[in-house]
Design a protein around this ligand. Structure first.
Ligand SMILES: [Zn+2]
Length: 273
């Protein structure tokens, strides 16, 4: 049996999948780095720079997975394909079970034989998940972001209250609350997707010694720290004696948080690009 905390954790996991998605798409085109800077840093910094320059959305909207004739990082591509498939299929399943059928409207004139048609406004409601057909990708065309947000909305019971059609007539809620087994399934898929994305980006919780690149200030060993969905950081193992111009963490190590990483990367004597 799941607890409310499991639902919020799953929603967080879906958010992590969304926020790291751009990094994963960049990683597909980036050869795995055997040397400095490690992929965890370069993809993160590239993502940050692109976001700051506001290029990311313009360049990659809507962050869809494209055909990659020659992917540079097969692990990243494999993870992206699997995550997209898992979330798209889950959205299909949830929509089939919990999304209100499109309303029907009488379109014939009084006194004529009755003709009913789909309510176009209801069908066009942007909150709906659209199934794909042989000729139309449906909501899948909007990419992973939309699917992850949509699934999160179902998990959090959004839009489950009765509402009104545009003409003011009452309409049942757009979505029913998910039945238990689909809530379980959604929690399971969210966890699986987050794990796939973080592992492909090597951002799951781990500490990696930075090989061959000692601290520029004290020659000590540098360690790269990553932890599920949080920005990477680097520490110097020397301790507070290290004169690097950065703060000291809770274990008395000099620490480069995300804002200080570009300076560290350039101090290590190699530009990122
Ligand atoms: Zn140092």
């Amino acid at each position: 049996m799941y607890q409310p905390a499991d639902i919020y954790r799953a929603a967080d996991q879906l958010r992590t999948v969304r926020t790291e998605w751009a990094a994963l798409l960049i990683a597909i085109e980036t050869p795995p780095a055997a040397t400095w800077p490690p992929a965890q840093l370069s993809t993160h910094l590239a993502q940050q720079q692109a976001a700051e320059a506001d290029l990311l959305v313009a360049d990659r909207a809507p962050l869809t997975l494209r055909q990659h004739p020659a992917p540079a990082n097969l692990t990243a591509l494999d993870a992206a394909v699997r995550v997209e498939g898992l979330l798209f299929d889950l959205a299909d399943t949830l929509a089939a079970a919990a999304q209100r059928p499109i309303g029907r409207r009488l379109v014939s004139s009084p006194g004529r034989p009755e003709v009913w048609a789909d309510d176009a406004a209801d069908a066009a409601d942007p909150r709906r998940w659209r199934f794909r057909s042989p000729t139309d990708p449906g909501s899948r065309r909007h990419g992973l972001h939309f699917a992850a947000l949509w699934v999160e909305g179902r998990l959090l019971d959004e839009d489950t209250a009765p509402e009104r059609h545009l003409d003011g007539s009452p309409a049942p809620a757009l979505f029913a609350r998910l039945p238990e087994h689909l809530r379980h399934e959604t929690i399971r898929v969210a966890r699986q997707c987050e794990r796939l994305v973080l592992r492909a980006l090597e951002l799951d919780e781990r500490e990696t010694p930075v090989e061959g690149r000692p601290c520029p200030w004290c020659d000590g060993e540098l360690i790269l720290h990553t932890a599920g969905g949080k920005p990477p950081r680097v520490t110097c193992q020397t301790g507070p004696r290290c004169p690097a111009p950065v703060a000291i963490d809770e274990r008395s190590r000099r620490v480069w948080e995300v804002a200080g990483l570009p300076a560290l990367v350039s101090a290590l004597g190699r530009a990122l690009y």
